[in-house]
Design a protein around this ligand. Structure first.
Ligand code: SAM
Ligand code: SF4
Ligand code: FES
Length: 348
């Protein structure tokens, strides 16, 4: 695509937040080196909507048990090579309190699709709410709808559930025994009962085309997401996709920039996966539309066991180290760590 056409499409996305599937596809097919204008306008939109503030979300990876078998993930049930762990209620609450003391305004409780009792999760939510002022995001995969409701009533603010890939047949292929429909219905239900919802994709799964990624972006618009994330696929040796090619930094940045223009009010993370495949990955995303970073606050001794993909950054660090490191990254970009909870910017 020539520069005149790129400028025309980016300007349209910037002013109207709207592009067709064919237009998004054409931009995603264009090489990143020719898309400086897209990145610049996404950064400009981020500055206009979010200002200089970067929101930090502290992640507690509280259980690596998982009953699912997602083809790409190192925590999949059939991976017998890893040692599994599950934190107790008291440990989770204590870690959350420590995150609050480090200045975090949001805690994300994340796990594999564990059978952690729904009632215990509700108690954890209530205790964290009683002991800290933090917002709570859940990222526990799919559970029954009664559990979603129970946790919302207990005080959870947000739910993060990536739809991963907006192509039914590839979704079914990579998620045995799971259902694309249930994934989407879960997101719709979560929104209906008052959660702020986050979803998104893995960039670079085998068979994923720019056309599919364009569908992903249109789906994210339809779902009226409060948060949209995209992380590159990183092959893990103990999974069926071990020999597949890694997702690229370039496609992740294009997707991030288009997310900002098509969903201007969304919170957009600079993902840990991007920071894993490129030491400057999170910095690049923060300059291409992203306004959120999700540092790990899990106790160091568990980090190595939460091996979604190999060589994950921060495995040898502790919560305080990551907080300091992220602070440095953010100020090096002339930005500031937000002192607010960073709730959804969507006005209902
Ligand atoms: N079990 C929950 C779920 O699946 O929603 C939450 C935890 S899961 C580990 C969080 C995210 O990790 C998934 O949404 C997926 O996109 C990402 N992930 C898993 N394996 C990955 C890989 N090999 N490369 C990049 N991202 C991966
Ligand atoms: Fe389990 Fe989530 Fe990994 Fe799938 S992506 S195997 S549900 S932890
Ligand atoms: Fe963990 Fe940089 S964010 S060391």
């Amino acid at each position: 695509m020539n520069q005149f056409k790129i400028k025309q499409l980016v300007d349209q996305a910037f002013t109207k937040n709207n592009l067709t599937k064919a237009e998004i596809t054409a931009l995603l097919k264009t090489e990143l080196k020719d898309l400086a204008y897209l990145i610049e306008k996404a950064d400009q939109k981020r500055a206009a909507i979010c200002g200089n503030q970067v929101h930090l979300r502290a992640i507690i990876e509280f259980s690596s048990y998982c009953k699912q078998n997602c083809y790409y993930c190192g925590l999949r049930k059939d991976n017998k090579e890893i040692k599994r762990y599950q934190l107790k209620k008291e440990e989770i609450v204590k870690t959350a309190q420590m995150a609050s003391e480090l200045g975090y305004q949001t805690v994300v409780l994340q796990s594999g699709e564990d059978e952690y009792p729904a009632q215990t999760i509700a108690e954890i939510i209530r205790e964290i709410k009683a002991k800290t002022k933090m917002a709570i995001t859940l990222s526990l995969g799919e559970r029954d709808f009664a559990a979603y409701k129970l946790w919302r009533e207990a005080g959870a603010d947000r739910y993060l559930l990536k739809h991963e890939i907006a192509d039914r047949s590839l979704y079914q292929k990579y998620h045995p025994k799971m259902s694309y429909e249930n994934r989407i219905e879960s997101l719709e239900y979560l929104k209906l009962i008052g959660y702020q919802i986050g979803s998104g994709v893995i960039i670079g799964l085998p068979g994923q085309t720019p056309e599919i990624l364009a569908e992903d972006l249109l789906l994210c618009q339809d779902l009226e997401l409060d948060m949209i994330g995209s992380g590159p696929f990183i092959p893990h040796q103990a999974t069926p996709l071990k020999a597949s090619k890694q997702g690229t930094v370039a496609m992740t940045l294009k997707f991030t920039a288009l997310s900002r223009l098509l969903l201007p009010l969304a919170h957009i993370p600079a993902t840990t996966a991007l920071g894993t495949i490129d030491v400057e990955g999170r910095q690049k995303a923060l300059q291409a539309g992203a306004n959120v970073v999700m540092p790990n606050v899990t106790d160091g001794k568990y980090r190595e066991q939460y091996q979604i993909y190999p060589d994950k950054i921060c495995v040898n660090e502790e919560a305080g180290d990551c907080r300091q490191c992220i602070g440095g990254i953010i100020s090096s970009l002339g930005r500031e760590v937000s002192q607010t909870k960073g709730h959804s910017l969507r006005k209902d």
